[in-house]
Design a protein around this ligand. Sequence first.
Ligand code: PLP
Length: 373
Amino acid sequence: MPKFSDRVERISISGIREVFEAAGDDAINLGIGQPDFPTPDHARQAAIDAIQSGKADAYTANKGIAPLREAIAEKHRRDQGIDLEPSNVIATAGGSEGLHIALEAHVGAGDEVIVPDPGFVSYDALTKLAGADPVPVPLRDDDTIDPEAIEAAITDDTAAFVVNSPGNPTGAVSSEADVRAFARIADEHDVLCLSDEVYEYTLFEGNHYSPAEFADGDSVVVVNSASKLFSMTGWRLGWVYGSAERVDRMLRVHQYAQACASAPAQYAAEAALRGDHDVVEEMTASFERRRDILLDGLADAGIECPAPSGAFYAMPRVPEGFVGACLDRGVIVVPGDAFGEHGRGTARISYATDESDLREAVSIMAEAYEAVR
Ligand code: PLP
């Protein structure tokens, strides 16, 4: 039998899938990591126009169409004050491909990549696929990523560390001081800071900061995506940016693996970036309301949960058996250890679900908690 690569044998299908498969069809799903809003009309229309005019029929430039990369560069200039050239942006098949090409271009066999634990499942898997070893670093008690823990984990083999704010699975948001520390650590230790900012717009208090604002050198690569910013998960359109040299290396991977991001999606994302952001504001306000419903309900049930300040996730501390007890009662939540060893004893709740289902789910979770505590 033809063999499989050692690299692919080190990874498996995400634990999140297993929970979905175990649940009944009418379960309330608090497991899904995507906004429950329609894609803005102006984005849909731009894709329709591009398709109808024939503009989207052919390959685009490998990095993506110039107007999209200009819109991305303008966005980061406006939102973060980053002096970004469109030539330093690659449009990718979602943030997922951005993470993939960033890791492929920067880490290799025997290297170490420091990842938050619990953290988004792709960091661990894509590190292994690149032949490198993930080094999980626990979060602080408030679920934020601790720069000191990252610095302490750096060895001669460290090629990169991943930061993610607002964070999945925690909803935690890094402070400006922490983000400045991420930049300093990358500069001082000559390790890449890979900053995953795909939840940037879903922020309930404070501001979003990127290590790219503060790094002196060329030590930061940023991944972002239309998926969560504009409720466009199905379009598969993200981007990655960094210095010209880093983009050159990432483009080598992107060119052979992808050629270019989907052309209709590129036109749609350009329109989303340039169009009014009413949908973004509406989504954020709605997620904040739902966060409060969830936090109030968990507090009433006596379930301890750090208050998330962004994204649409929360990670309550739960007893053994809680996830199963929720599933038995028709509510899907994801066990925290699907996101890393240190996620044990927690569950990830995605509250991107409608308010009445969320209220019902909260009372079911309270019952489940009573049954297992
Ligand atoms: N980064 C984080 C933290 C995520 O949660 C996700 C999706 O859930 C992604 C990246 C990838 O998103 P996409 O490929 O849809 O842009």
